[in-house]
Design a protein around this ligand. Structure first.
Ligand code: NAD
Length: 493
């Protein structure tokens, strides 16, 4: 099936090239890309070098100056054209996401819809207020605080939503008048290259978007350090975020970080149990557990614990793991062998520490001989809050379910990790819901519902989950800076 992605008229062409300052370039060195469902290498992408970074940034610098002179309405017209081209290539984009990332085709189609929504929201900013008028000290004077683009944005993105996170960064960066150079994950470079092609077809001026493929600590780090880059936006692990923040501090440029999470789902005795079981299930196994907002640990109040576990395990045993291109599959493979090994090590350590495997625990039955990175949906009980599997981000299809007795105890446990991105609460009691909203130390609280987050919200991690954030008006503002203009036009006599 991957052969159809590489034809003369396809988004990726006969073989993938890198997008540097409006040109499609190839290099001597390449990096293989494999299919997580089979483990087979199906293509390779150019490995970026310093010279590509220099070219991309020089072209970005020239292009940005012209772009910033266009009005918001004119920029929005280009974004609206991108939406039309995403629509025209939606199925091809979804197939590319599946081929390199492994999520199911249903989820990949949802991701492409999400990519469109980011451009739609950014385009909606065409009528925003772009400044403030402060009261001047004297008559005949004006004091304006203007919104301006930051210049050139470097965006570093992960593998779990390779098309949508491209859009999450590129859409607001462009709308605010910036150029952007994006480095996709080494594991999933194709979706970003295909999205760049869509942007080119939509008429985005040359140089405004570049995509440079290669390793984070080489290409990503070189972008962060480059004098022409005036802002960095990252979605990735806390480890990468810390390294990037340290490097950016030398230049004192704005950095926005969307990092790891360890979202709790808290189910109180009075919850609607059908709803809680269904949504805890969806929020755990979405994209094979590889979503920063995923349900990473579920705390269930003692009175309904046994019933919750019984119903949850039954659902998990019915979950259809299989070919991601099959419309009926509910879960695909992990993205890579390294990720598979990491998740297996978490499960083994938990079992060693006393956890009981209710279902799953390793490769799914019947997939022992597959070269793909298949991991069975797994439920663990007999787990305590201090265990590593409850404290560290697992990012895989493994759920520890932990009983609790009191409100105070569960809020303490929910707040006990170094992460603070997303949290979920299930209760029919309004007071409990509102108190939990006050007490949870997370940038996002979901009450009796799960994500995905919405483009007009603000996706922001507290603690080691991030700095700044994406989406909505607050995310958009990150791509702007302020200029205060003092004018004296003379007092009328
Ligand atoms: P990762 O940190 O390994 O890589 C993310 C990106 O950073 C990649 O492009 C990588 O090449 C680059 N990178 C890594 N080290 C770097 C360095 N020192 N300098 C510059 N660039 C560097 O993360 P991943 O494994 O691709 O993605 C999974 C992680 O992303 C999880 O922790 C997940 O929670 C997080 N994530 C967070 C959000 C969010 O919105 N908060 C969304 C999606 C994923």
């Amino acid at each position: 099936m991957t052969a159809t992605l590489f034809t003369k008229g396809s988004l990726l062409g006969a073989s993938p090239a890198m997008f540097v300052g409006g040109e499609w370039v190839t290099t001597d060195g390449t990096r293989p890309v494999d299919n997580p469902a089979t483990g087979e290498v199906f293509t390779a992408v150019p490995e970026g070098k310093q010279e590509h970074i220099e070219d991309a940034l020089a072209r970005a610098s020239a292009a940005q100056k012209e772009w910033a002179r266009r009005s918001y309405v004119e920029r929005a017209a280009v974004l609206e054209e991108i939406i039309r081209h995403i629509d025209a290539h939606a199925e091809e984009l979804a197939q590319i996401v599946v081929a390199e990332q492994g999520k199911t085709i249903t989820e990949a189609r949802g991701e492409v819809g999400g990519a469109k929504a980011f451009f739609d929201y950014a385009a909606s900013q065409k009528y925003r207020n772009v400044g403030e008028l402060a009261a001047p000290a004297a008559h005949g004077q004006q004091l304006v605080i203007r919104e301006e683009p930051v210049g050139i944005v470097a965006a570093i993105i992960p593998w779990n939503f390779p098309a949508a996170i491209f859009a999450r960064k590129v859409a607001p960066a462009l709308m605010a008048g910036n150029a952007i150079v994006l480095k996709p994950s080494e594991v999933t470079p194709l979706s970003a290259l295909a999205m760049a092609k869509v942007c080119q077809l939509a008429g985005v001026p040359d140089g405004l978007i570049s995509v440079i493929t290669g390793p984070g600590r080489v290409i990503g780090a070189a972008l962060v350090e480059h004098p022409l880059v005036s802002m960095v936006t990252v979605t990735g692990s806390t480890r990468a975020g810390k390294e990037i923040l340290a490097k950016a501090s030398d230049k004192i440029i704005p950095v926005s970080l969307e990092l790891g999470g360890k979202a709790p789902v808290i189910v109180f005795d009075d919850a609607d149990l059908d709803l809680a079981v269904q949504q805890a299930f969806e929020a755990r196994f979405w994209n094979c557990g590889q979503v920063c907002t995923c349900n990473e640990r579920t705390y269930v109040q003692r009175g309904v614990y046994d019933e919750f576990v019984k119903r949850f395990v039954a659902k998990v045993q019915d979950l259809k793991v299989g070919d991601p291109l099959d419309d009926t599959s509910q879960m695909g493979p992990k993205v890579s062998q390294a990720e598979w090994d990491k998740v297996k090590a978490f499960v083994d350590a938990a079992v060693e520490a006393g956890a009981k495997v209710e279902t799953g625990g390793g490769r799914p039955d019947g997939m022992e001989d597959s070269g793909g990175y298949w991991f069975a949906p797994t439920v663990l009980t007999n787990v305590t809050n201090h265990m590593e599997i409850v404290q560290q981000e697992v990012f895989g299809p493994v759920l520890p379910i932990i009983p609790f007795d009191t409100y105070k105890e569960v809020i303490e446990w929910a707040n006990s990790t170094v992460y603070g991105l997303t949290s979920h609460v299930y209760t029919e009691n309004f007071r409990t819901a509102m108190r939990a909203t006050d007490d949870l130390e997370f940038g996002e609280v979901y009450i009796n519902r799960i994500g995905p987050e919405e483009v007009q919200g603000f996706h922001t991690g507290w603690k080691l989950s991030g700095l700044g954030g994406d989406d909505g008006v607050h995310g958009f503002e990150r791509y702007t800076r302020r200029k205060t203009v003092y004018t004296d036009y003379g007092s009328s006599t």
